[in-house]
Structure formats: structure tokens, C-alpha cells
Design a protein around this ligand. Structure first.
Ligand code: SAM
Length: 217
């Protein structure tokens, strides 16, 4: 088995293991345990449901961003169990408009998210797709883009969807801590290339809030 296939297999196993854990014990809020970083020395002050789902405070932030900028179209990459999608959908419901398109490329994980979304009462705001973010085609202008899939492909994702980004909209890149590195470096590279302006929020796993440079007035 090649190194990249082995890495992918290990990662899928980890995600499915966490899903099984959620099935056993439900969504349980606990202190965040991502390691301390210079920008976030006290991660235990944050909360999380599990190590895949965005921190609880980031989920609140997502909903608030949605109610603040009132997007027509939100795109999320990496659905996992669907929790972040539901927080985005809560914001859309509060706004009374808009929709979120979210993609999950692992079929078993997608099916699990589908069941959660169906049971949530928020399905009307959500379009869940079983496909890769690198193949996904979306029509129209994206007002809010939440990049939360596989870390090594985030730069590719942003480059792929950038032409469709509303220059007044927002790009969020999760897992951008200085420890996880790869997403942080991707954001800084995109900034150096003059494509985005980025702010690095000091959360446990790191969150980039960015905006496309082209067309900004
Ligand atoms: C960090 S989890 C997403 C967590 C979720 N956004 C939340 O906060 O509730 C990443 C998910 O992205 C999926 N994934 C990885 N690469 C992908 C790709 N290229 N396209 C779609 N999904 C992908 C993984 O299977 C995994 O379920």
C-alpha cells in the first residue's frame, strides 16, 4: 500500500472510530484538548463535542457570522457528523433565507450526517452532497465559505472556489493553529500571493477569517 493510501486509510478509521463513539455516548461537551500553542496557551478554556467537530465556541461563531452577514449561499467542505452544518443552518433559519451546501466524500460518514440532518428539523436549509470538495460544482456566488475538510487540500479548495467568492463575503479556514501548521501556512501563502487578506484567530485549533482581495472596494 502506498504511503498516501495508508495515511488516508488511517484517517478514515479515526473518523469512523469517533462516529462510533458518538453513537455510543451521544454529543457530550467536554474541555478542548488540542495542545496549547503560543497563540492559544489555554485550550482547556474552550469546549468541544469531539476532536473532529469544530470547537463549540467556533460553532457559535459560525452561527453568529451567518446572522451577521446574512449570506444567500454558504459552502462548507467536510461535513463529518453534520454539527457545524446544523449551526450554520440555525443562522440561516434565524435569517429566514439562504442555504448551505456541504460535502462529505466518505459514504458512511455522509449517511450518518444525512440521518442527523433529517432528524434536526433544519433540512430545508441544507443541501448535503456525497462528493469531494475538489470535484464539487456549485452554481452562483458564494457569500460564506467554510473550509473544514482534509487539511492538506485546503489551499487547493480555496484556489478552486475563489473565483466564485463574493469579494464582500468571508472565507473561514478551520484547523489553522501554529501546531497543525499546514492550513496556517496555506492561508499565509494565499495572502502572500495577493489572493486573500487573512486574520488568524487564536482559538485552540485555529481559525482563519479571510476575504478575497480581487474586487474588494
Ligand atoms: C474535520 S471533519 C469536519 C467537521 C465538521 N465541519 C464539523 O465541524 O462538524 C473533516 C471531514 O471532511 C471529510 N473530508 C476530507 N476530505 C474531503 C474532501 N476532499 N471532500 C469532502 N469531504 C472531505 C472527512 O471525511 C471528515 O468527515
Amino acid at each position: 500500500m502506498s504511503l498516501s493510501l495508508r495515511r488516508l486509510f488511517r484517517k478514515e478509521k479515526q473518523e469512523r472510530r469517533i462516529l462510533r463513539q458518538i453513537e455510543r455516548s451521544g454529543d457530550r461537551l467536554q474541555p478542548e484538548y488540542h495542545r496549547a500553542t503560543p497563540e492559544c496557551p489555554h485550550p482547556e478554556r474552550w469546549h468541544m463535542f469531539d476532536s473532529m467537530t469544530a470547537e463549540a465556541e467556533v460553532l457559535e461563531f459560525l452561527r453568529t457570522i451567518v446572522t451577521t452577514i446574512k449570506p444567500e449561499l454558504v459552502v462548507e467542505t467536510g461535513t463529518f457528523s453534520g454539527i457545524s452544518t446544523l449551526w450554520i443552518a440555525e443562522g440561516l433559519k434565524a435569517n429566514g433565507r439562504g442555504r448551505v451546501i456541504t460535502c462529505e466524500f466518505d459514504y458512511e460518514i455522509y449517511e450518518n450526517a444525512r440521518a442527523r440532518i433529517q432528524a434536526s428539523g433544519l433540512a430545508q436549509w441544507i443541501e448535503l452532497r456525497n462528493e469531494s470538495s475538489l470535484d464539487m460544482k456549485v452554481d452562483g456566488t458564494i457569500d460564506l465559505f467554510f473550509s473544514d475538510s482534509d487539511m492538506p487540500i485546503r489551499e487547493q479548495e480555496i484556489r478552486r472556489f475563489l473565483p466564485q467568492m463574493n469579494p464582500f463575503g468571508l472565507i473561514l479556514m478551520h484547523d489553522a493553529s501554529s501546531h497543525l501548521k499546514i492550513v496556517r501556512e496555506a492561508a499565509l501563502k494565499l495572502e502572500q500571493d495577493g489572493l486573500i487578506s487573512a486574520v488568524l484567530l487564536p482559538t485552540p485549533r485555529g481559525l482563519v477569517v479571510a476575504q478575497k482581495r480581487e474586487g474588494r472596494k
